[in-house]
Design a protein around this ligand. Structure first.
Ligand SMILES: [Zn+2]
Length: 110
């Protein structure tokens, strides 16, 4: 008689469409990796067969000095503020990256 008290863990196959990294895992966690195509940003991977892709969201709402890590700056100087996970069915996920902005409080009169 089979032992029905043992949990069966499915192996999940993950991939990154940008840098071709693959990974296998078990359990509920989403696999992540330091994506070489995004200067090493820690991004979630996609389940095999999902057909998803990463779409960068560039910061557009701030002009001034900032203290951002090198990995959020593209070769063109743009700052990646988020990376969207886009799926063929129209659903998506979002990884928000919080670059540090500098605020001059003296210029604000405080
Ligand atoms: Zn990658």
């Amino acid at each position: 008689m089979p032992d029905s008290t043992k949990a069966v863990l499915m192996t999940k196959n993950w991939y990154c469409p940008n840098c071709s990294t693959t990974h296998q895992s078990q359990g509920p966690k989403v696999a992540t990796h330091a994506c070489a195509a995004f200067n090493g940003l820690q991004l979630p991977m996609f389940l095999e067969g999902s057909g998803g892709y990463h779409k960068p969201v560039y910061r557009e709402d701030y002009i001034g000095p900032d203290l951002v890590a090198d990995e959020v700056r593209t070769g063109h100087g743009k700052i990646v503020s988020a990376v969207s996970q886009e799926y063929p069915d129209g659903s998506n996920g979002l990884v928000v990256i919080m670059p540090c902005a500098v605020i001059n409080t003296e210029a604000m009169g405080r």
